[in-house]
Unconditional design. Structure first.
Length: 453
């Protein structure tokens, strides 16, 4: 149990503070305060030079945010305060940092490497007694031990959630999803044939990877059927279609009949593989919001971690829309909670029908929803948000009696992938943008302003 581990750490932390006299602790704290910038600089210089660590860092984030955070952490760690409350607070802070590292998926060995760098740097830039260095190492090691414990526990939890979401993704309403993706493939084929007939051969609009089916498969299907050999076959056919076959549509020397035959053969292979994947699926509803049937918060970490990986490895940005129904409390107070619940269900249907197969719709709680819009830039995600707001404003939402209906408006906060390795930063930015939308009078869309952070 995490609690048992932390109780043991609390005892060791207390013992360390009692073992070393105040003069030594004070001296170490003063030296950390004095050399904090140099320590942080040495730390990040070494980490940026490490290929694996550099995946999680860049010079801009180090300069603007991370260096200052590391300096504050070191100064806080070596404060003179020795009360049980202070020690408990310090340990809790290390737990929170460990949880963040697990969420970002920074390997523990990199954290330990960072601790080793700090020890070497502190030794190089100071001239203290051996007891002082021993105190520095002891407290730093205790801190890293808490980080490692919290990381391990949270990583285990994330793994369980990831597997649960994988199973859920495979099995949610299998029959409907299978037919939807069959139809999406057929629509794409018809689009190709129509484009050929009309002479519209715009490569970007024809790419299968960017179609409804392509977005669904790359952002949901791959995750749902992870590890199945058919996934690689489908990806290979998509890549072959987009990179080798479709360009021949604009090649005047190519035999267009043969090109169309090649397209149909590739789609036949994709359809066969897809059928095989769906046959393995079973019904599993856990993870849906009971009222709206949208995703609930349970799978938010798994979805966002996947999008972060895609953003880092494929340079595919995502956008977050946090949507709040304006003055919804008045609806509940005036018409009752049954009508309120009925309206929430209708809003969920509008959100589902207005987003693409590859996007994700969540109910965060109450009248607040979130949409993860995949593979978009800032302009595109703003267009999606404004279209959603306008669609909801035009809709008439029925009451349970069937005789009355209401108009609703929404406030929407928008953020776009910022490059930060912790997705909660992007969620926080969308929440801040939503707050601004409410402050501006509601019924509007606000994009988080990076300069305001």
């Amino acid at each position: 149990m995490l609690t048992e581990h932390l109780q043991s750490i609390h005892a060791d932390w207390t013992h360390a503070l009692q073992t070393f006299p105040e003069t030594i602790r004070s001296n170490v704290g003063e030296q950390v305060q004095l050399h904090r910038e140099q320590l942080a600089a040495s730390f990040y210089e070494a980490m940026l030079a490490n290929t694996e660590a550099a995946r999680y860092l860049d010079n801009k984030s180090v300069k603007q945010r991370l260096s200052g955070s590391l300096q504050r952490w070191m100064v806080d760690l070596f404060q003179l305060e020795t009360s049980p409350e202070h020690i408990k607070k310090q340990i809790q802070q290390q737990v929170e940092i460990g949880v963040i590292h697990a969420r970002i998926d920074i390997p523990v060995h990199l954290v330990l490497r960072g601790g080793r760098i700090l020890k070497i740097s502190f030794n190089d830039c100071t001239d203290l007694s051996e007891d002082a260095y021993r105190f520095f190492r002891t407290l730093l090691d205790l801190s890293l031990e808490v980080l490692a414990i919290a990381y391990h526990k949270n990583a285990e939890r994330n793994t369980r959630t990831e597997e649960a979401y994988r199973l859920f993704s495979i099995s949610q309403d299998v029959g409907r999803e299978k037919e939807a993706q069959r139809a999406a493939l057929l629509n794409w084929e018809n689009h190709i044939l129509f484009s050929q007939a009309t002479g519209d051969t715009s490569a970007e609009s024809m790419r299968l990877a960017q179609s409804e089916f392509g977005l669904w498969f790359r952002h949901k299907g791959l995750h749902a059927f992870e590890g199945a050999p058919e996934c690689n076959q489908i990806l290979a056919e998509i890549d072959r279609l987009d990179s080798s076959i479709l360009p021949l549509m604009t090649d005047s020397s190519a035999d267009k009949i043969n090109v169309i035959h090649d397209i149909r053969a590739a789609l036949k292979t994709i359809s066969f593989c897809l059928e095989s994947l769906f046959k393995r699926s079973e019904e599993l509803e856990t993870g849906k919001d009971v009222l709206t049937r949208l995703l609930n918060r349970k799978f938010l970490p798994a979805v966002m971690s996947k999008q972060l990986t895609l953003a880092r490895t494929r340079n595919e940005r995502y956008g977050l829309l946090v949507i709040d129904i304006d003055h919804f409390k008045d609806v509940n107070d005036t018409y009752g909670h049954d009508n309120g619940d009925y309206i929430l269900q209708q809003v969920a249907v509008v959100l589902s029908n207005s987003t693409r197969s590859g996007d994700y719709c969540f109910r965060l709680g109450g009248e607040e929803f979130m949409v993860v819009v995949v593979d978009v830039n800032q302009q595109q995600v703003l267009a999606v948000a404004n279209k959603l707001r306008e669609t909801i404003a035009k809709e008439r939402f029925k009451l349970t009696s069937g005789k009355e209906s209401l108009h609703l408006t929404t406030s929407i906060g928008v953020s776009v992938y910022s490059g930060h390795p912790d997705y909660t930063y992007d969620m926080k930015h969308a929440d801040q943008a939503l707050y601004q939308a409410k402050q501006q009078g509601r019924n509007c869309v606000v994009l988080w302003d990076e300069t305001a952070d």
